[in-house]
Design a protein around this ligand. Structure first.
Ligand SMILES: C[S@@+](CC[C@H](N)C(=O)[O-])C[C@H]1O[C@@H](n2cnc3c(N)ncnc32)[C@H](O)[C@@H]1O
Length: 243
């Protein structure tokens, strides 16, 4: 099976020569790719559900890679021994599911050197959790595939390194912290090629939310609408002036 752009970009962020866990591996496409490309020589591929777990096992067996890819069934990080892997990939799940998987196992998480996360939604909540729990956002990447934008977030323990900085797309200080975490600070800092596409999509989503809120008479929804309107105005300013 051909590896998607999204999974190839995730693979490109895996540190070479480290032992990696792919949590929620499904068909084990990524572990097989990482081994076949020589990016690592040991992957622990896990899945909570029987169907994906069996698919992963069969895919690994079909390639004869059982010695290098250890397929395990279980919830999140429960199936890992502390210190067993240095890098962890969690891709294709909701941002809050990823957050929960990490929050559930603080002892294991504290030993990881790198997290490579690809949330399908709620990236803002996930970024906030990472920052509040001792992680630095060291890189982010937007991948466009079949008309859908995916974000990949790379985090490392704060004590080890400083976050990526290069040429910001615009003076990000004009954004509220909420909006900054919603967009992705590293995407702005490194001026990701798909950044304006992401901002246009966010603006579209805000308009849909505002339409819904406009129909409500509740006082709290008026405050919510104002906050969404403020975020939309900031994004319009960025798109109008800098992107
Ligand atoms: C949409 S698939 C993503 C597969 C692959 N990671 C990718 O990005 O293409 C999500 C997979 O995560 C698994 N999953 C969901 N919650 C999980 C959890 N708490 N622990 C382990 N696997 C989980 C599901 O069974 C499913 O196979």
């Amino acid at each position: 099976m051909e590896l998607s752009n999204r999974l190839r970009e995730i693979a490109a962020l895996v540190p070479r020569g480290k032992i990696v866990a792919d949590i929620g591996t499904d068909h084990a496409l990524l572990p097989v790719y990482l081994i076949e490309r020589g990016i690592t020589n040991k992957v622990i591929a896990t899945d909570i559900n029987r169907g994906p777990f069996e698919s992963a096992r069969q895919a690994v067996k079909a390639k004869g890679l059982q010695d290098m890819i250890d397929v395990r069934r279980g919830n999140g990080l429960d199936v890992l021994f502390p210190g067993e892997v240095q890098a962890v990939i969690i891709a294709g799940m909701g941002g809050n599911t990823i957050r929960q998987v990490l929050a559930d196992c603080p002892a294991e998480v504290g030993l990881f050197e790198r997290l490579i996360l690809q949330p399908m939604n709620d990236a803002c909540d996930l970024r906030r959790w990472l920052l509040e729990n001792g992680w630095c956002l060291i890189d982010e990447k937007l991948v466009l595939e079949a008309d859908r934008l995916y974000v990949i977030i790379v985090a490392e323990p704060c004590a080890r390194i400083t976050p990526c900085e290069s040429k910001p797309a615009f003076p990000y200080e004009i954004l509220s912290e909420d909006l900054l975490l919603e967009i992705g600070p590293c995407l702005i800092l490194k001026n990701d090629p798909n950044l304006s596409l992401l901002l246009r999509k966010l603006l579209h989503d805000y308009m849909v939310i505002l339409e819904g809120l406009a129909k409500s008479q509740k006082t709290e929804n008026k405050a919510k609408a104002q906050s969404v309107e403020n975020k939309a105005a900031a994004i319009r300013e960025v798109l109008g002036k800098w992107l």
